[in-house]
Ligand binder design. Structure first.
Ligand code: SF4
Length: 329
């Protein structure tokens, strides 16, 4: 029997997930369960780095997010779902990695600078936040992950993880940690309802648990091709955000029909959006009903079992690390 390779991926607990999370990461996580031994983490220490001034939503956000994980198809029998802070070894390995990582490596990290720009309204000029790529390296290495699912924009980040791992292996003369390879996945880019980046804080997203009426209301607000003012104006579906949603959630035949409606000016934008709302609601229906059947205590049980499995793997790694650095294991 061949042992499956391991991967680790995580999300900061931001509460209910939206369509962008689903098509950008979660759908891929679900597929990877069959080919890899997957560790999926609620990255609460990472969230705390930006939410330390007001952490009151952390627990509820964790429960809501894990409900979405499960609703989307993550199966605790086939993957390990856990909360980062339930496995204290993350902070232990972070301490080791922090000591061996040259300051210049983190200061130069492009994704660190990007996060500083992207997460607005928070004071992130802290000692902890500068070190967040080091904690990420520790998260990955703790499970000896062979691979990490990433987008092209996250490649520099993974390179830093590989460099820290290489430094550890060289310093202590043992290839303890594998250098994780990227699993590059092409995911469709979905803009928010107002054509800006999809974000809960912009209020421009559809949540995975939204009811059909809510979806219809939200889709009704979407911006369409500005050239289509009257029904008889021919439209350009390729510049319309509504059409890009069809491209993700409808089949090829339905997509071709929408193109005909738009370019042939046979159906108006209001009708087109009403139809899209139905398409999206139908797509989300199985997830919504799975989600509604989950309780908070069900999720807590899954996280408890996940922490047990994660700690077993993490504990083994930390024992090996401590031996190598001459600590009492
Ligand atoms: S008909 Fe549909 S695809 Fe065409 S502009 Fe209107 S909303 Fe967009």
């Amino acid at each position: 029997m061949t042992t499956k390779k391991r991967i680790l991926s995580g999300m900061r607990p931001t509460g209910k997930l939206h369509l962008g999370h689903l098509v950008g990461a979660l759908s891929n996580w679900v597929k990877l369960q069959d080919t890899y031994q997957c560790y999926y983490m609620v990255a609460d220490w990472h969230a705390f780095m930006s939410e330390y001034e007001d952490p009151k939503g952390m627990r509820d956000n964790t429960i809501e997010m894990v409900k979405d994980f499960l609703a989307a198809g993550l199966d605790p029998e086939r993957c390990t779902i856990f909360v980062q802070s339930h496995v204290p070894e993350h902070l232990e390995l972070n301490a080791v990695y922090s000591d061996i990582t040259p300051l210049g490596w983190v200061e130069r990290c492009p994704t660190y600078k990007e996060q500083l720009r992207e997460i607005t309204g928070r004071d992130l000029t802290t000692y902890g936040f500068l070190g967040y790529p080091v904690l990420q390296a520790a998260d990955i290495a703790l499970y000896k992950a062979n691979a990490v699912p990433v987008g092209v924009d996250q490649l520099p980040h993974l390179e830093l993880t590989r460099e820290i791992i290489r430094r550890f292996n060289t310093l202590y003369k043992k290839d303890l940690f594998p250098e994780p390879e990227p699993i590059l996945t092409k995911t469709p880019k979905l803009l928010g309802l107002d054509n800006r980046k999809m974000s809960k804080s912009y209020g421009n997203s559809i949540s995975l648990g939204d009811e059909p009426a809510e979806i219809e209301k939200k889709v009704g607000q979407m911006i369409t091709d500005p050239a289509r003012i009257r029904l008889k104006d021919k439209g350009h579906p390729d510049v319309c955000n509504v059409f890009s949603y069809y491209a993700v959630f409808a089949g090829p035949e339905a997509l071709a029909n929408v193109r005909d409606w738009c370019e042939g000016a046979t159906t108006g934008c209001t009708e087109c959006k009403k139809n899209l709302a139905k398409v999206v609601a139908r797509y989300l229906e199985p997830m919504r009903s799975r989600r509604n059947s989950l309780t908070g205590s069900h999720v807590e049980d899954i996280l408890k079992a996940g922490a047990k499995k994660a700690r077993a793997a993490a504990g083994e790694t930390m024992d090996e690390v401590k031996k190598l650095i001459n600590f009492f294991a």
